[in-house]
Design a protein around this ligand. Structure first.
Ligand code: FMN
Length: 332
């Protein structure tokens, strides 16, 4: 048997298959099942900044009623959506505690956030509840066309600074590929203290039903071909980063896991493939990785990790080729 042990965010994982933040990681029973099937680690379903602010606002209202002076904080109510339920923070912390008491694998909590505001104090409670690390899913939709990209990117660095100040567990940042200067943003996240980067989040997208003339939702689950963009950027960024890289999006089987490790990923995150095939898909993926390593004479992952990253390539430009001239000339 090959040794699949992997270090991610300073934690020791028995293998590089991390179950991505999703509905798969929202209950103790489901996580126990993922653990039984061999997951290397799990990222819990995200709690949203707005949920945290909602409960904070609820406490503030009570504080105001009790004659305490916190009125200025009520601006946080701007964020609150009527569908967001209260009392979820306590449940989230309970989930962390209970999962930690039931499984040995690392448990990474997740917050979906858009600012470095008051929600950040909750990060400390997440740490105290026993989470091994914290993944921050940050995406600020660039609706405000008046702000320039530097201002928009600053939000990401402010969040990293603030959260790293508050917690001592490792913090990884889950980002989208949609930045004017993606590579620089990622290197700056590291400069600001991020311990890892998750490349990339995949968004819920709109679609249009041309018969019903309605806006609908595009497919929730990914397809294997969607790995391409993450693979390119993992390969490009590997030589520029000391922090860990978690590859995400379109990783559906053992072959995809090996591709991402060869590109330089520290771990691979998987959601859609487990939704489609069930938790025992992890067993199949692990067997494939093990068999491939044995076939190629690798005893452990660091022997081949990053072997096909851009920094190690004789022709590094293969990862930079974006236009179609060559393909057009080859396709008759
Ligand atoms: C049903 C569903 C729920 C998700 N919920 C979250 C979430 O709460 N937080 C988060 O960071 N990502 C969430 N994601 C995104 C996944 O973590 C992952 O980044 C994305 O699905 C791409 O990986 P995949 O191709 O393996 O599915 C969700 C994905 C799905 C399909």
């Amino acid at each position: 048997m090959a040794d699949l042990t992997t270090k991610y965010l300073g934690l020791t994982l028995r293998n590089p298959i991390v179950v991505a933040s999703s509905g798969l990681t929202n209950s103790v029973d489901d996580i126990v099942e993922l653990d039984k099937n061999g997951a290397g680690a799990v990222v819990l379903k995200s709690i949203f900044e707005e949920q945290i602010l909602l409960e904070a606002a609820h406490s503030l209202k009570k504080a105001q009623k009790d004659g305490m002076i916190y009125a200025e904080y009520s601006e946080t109510l701007d964020y609150i959506d009527e569908h967001i339920k209260e009392k979820e923070l306590g449940s989230y912390l309970d989930l962390i505690r209970e999962v930690k008491s039931k499984v040995m694998i690392p448990v990474i909590a997740s917050v979906n956030c858009i600012s470095a505001r008051e929600w950040t104090t909750f990060a400390r409670q997440i740490e105290n509840a026993g989470a091994d690390a914290l993944e921050l899913n940050i995406f600020v939709m660039p609706f405000n066309f008046d702000a320039n990209s530097i201002e928009k990117e600053q939000v990401y660095y402010d969040i990293v600074n603030k959260v790293k100040e508050l917690v001592s567990i490792p913090v990884s940042i889950k980002i989208s590929p949609y930045f004017a200067n993606l590579g620089r943003v990622i290197t700056r996240l590291e400069e600001h203290g991020a311990d890892g980067v998750v490349m990339f989040n995949r968004f819920a997208s709109p679609d249009i039903d041309i018969n019903a003339l309605k806006v609908t939702s595009a497919e929730v689950l990914s397809h294997p071909f969607e790995i391409a963009n993450s693979l390119r950027w993992v390969a490009i960024m590997a030589k520029h980063l000391k922090m860990d890289i978690a590859a995400s999006t379109g990783i559906h089987d053992g072959e995809a896991v090996i591709k991402q490790l060869l590109a330089g990923a520290t771990v691979t995150q998987m959601a859609s493939a487990i939704y489609k095939n069930g938790p025992d898909h992890i067993v199949t993926v692990l067997k494939f990785v093990n068999d491939w390593m044995e076939k190629h004479g690798y005893n452990y992952i660091d022997q081949f990790r990053g072997k096909l990253s851009q920094g190690k390539m004789e022709h590094p430009e293969v990862y930079e080729r974006m236009q179609f001239m060559r393909y057009f000339s080859e396709i008759k």
